[in-house]
Design a protein around this ligand. Structure first.
Ligand SMILES: *[C@@H]1O[C@H](CO)[C@@H](O)[C@H](O)[C@H]1NC(C)=O
Ligand SMILES: *[C@@H]1O[C@H](CO)[C@@H](O)[C@H](O)[C@H]1NC(C)=O
Ligand SMILES: *[C@@H]1O[C@H](CO)[C@@H](O)[C@H](O)[C@H]1NC(C)=O
Ligand SMILES: *[C@@H]1O[C@H](CO)[C@@H](O)[C@H](O)[C@H]1NC(C)=O
Ligand SMILES: *[C@@H]1O[C@H](CO)[C@@H](O)[C@H](O)[C@H]1NC(C)=O
Ligand SMILES: *[C@@H]1O[C@H](CO)[C@@H](O)[C@H](O)[C@H]1NC(C)=O
Length: 186
């Protein structure tokens, strides 16, 4: 009896795997180790709103970001970074420093010397919309998942400012708004 149910279980396990071997994989975002599509809702500050989509590129090392966030001063420039934590218990203040797993100094998006979370600057259009449209972010969705995407008040000097702040924050000012990268429903 015990042996029979063990056999049944083995058979069920085997049968359950057949669809996978036939290529009927579940959607990639349902396997946590294979998540390549994320979404950030910029919720921290009601003065700004929008969403940003993040996709891991086929090289498996970089990603693209696409999206719109409204509410900024027309034509203003803003430093953007992934910060270490997705902890918004104290709005954007509790999201930690720039995400920097390799202990580098601050720089530009995709730079050899940069934090993984450095995303450079984005200039608001004449309607005050920040349009994310980049393919060279130096981190993938799995690395950024659960962390905060933060938009700052000032232009990021990209590590070229010649002072200590430049090498850590880019002197990009206060945190205007932020949101957490989540697994997208696709
Ligand atoms: C939203 O904008 C208004 C008007 O500029 C300002 O007084 C208020 O402090 C802003 N709210 C936040 C949370 O930044
Ligand atoms: C951003 O806004 C533009 C204009 O409304 C729209 O065409 C585009 O699809 C939006 N991009 C994303 C990623 O939502
Ligand atoms: C990170 O780099 C700094 C120098 O840039 C060094 O002082 C520090 O010890 C490093 N931290 C770790 C954890 O390696
Ligand atoms: C923003 O830039 C556009 C295009 O250069 C210009 O026409 C517009 O006057 C600028 N708006 C402000 C508020 O400076
Ligand atoms: C700003 O919004 C107006 C009205 O919706 C639109 O006609 C115009 O194309 C927008 N400008 C930009 C730079 O997106
Ligand atoms: C994004 O950038 C590409 C190339 O740099 C450009 O062709 C495309 O029109 C841009 N899309 C938006 C929504 O700005």
């Amino acid at each position: 009896m015990i042996q029979l149910s063990f056999l049944n279980l083995s058979l069920l396990t085997l049968l359950a795997q057949i669809p996978y071997s036939l290529g009927c994989m579940p959607q990639q975002n349902k396997n946590i180790l294979n998540v390549k599509n994320g979404i950030v809702l910029m919720t921290a500050n009601p003065n700004y709103s929008g969403q940003v989509f993040m996709r891991t590129n086929s090289d498996g090392m970089t990603s693209s970001l696409l999206g719109n966030v409204t509410g900024f001063t027309p034509n203003s420039t803003h430093g953007v970074h992934f910060h270490e934590f997705g902890d918004m218990s104290n709005s954007c203040t509790s999201t930690g420093l720039h995400f920097n797993p390799t202990n580098m100094t601050h720089g530009n998006i995709g730079g050899v010397i940069s934090h993984s979370g450095d995303l450079g600057n984005i200039i608001a259009d004449a309607n005050g919309t920040l349009i994310f449209n980049t393919t060279n972010a130096g981190l993938i969705v799995l690395e950024a998942l659960g962390r905060a995407l933060v938009i700052h008040s000032l232009q990021d000097d990209l590590g070229l400012g010649g002072n200590a702040g430049s090498l850590t924050t880019g002197n990009s000012g206060s945190r205007l708004t932020c949101g957490i990268l989540a697994v997208q429903n696709i």
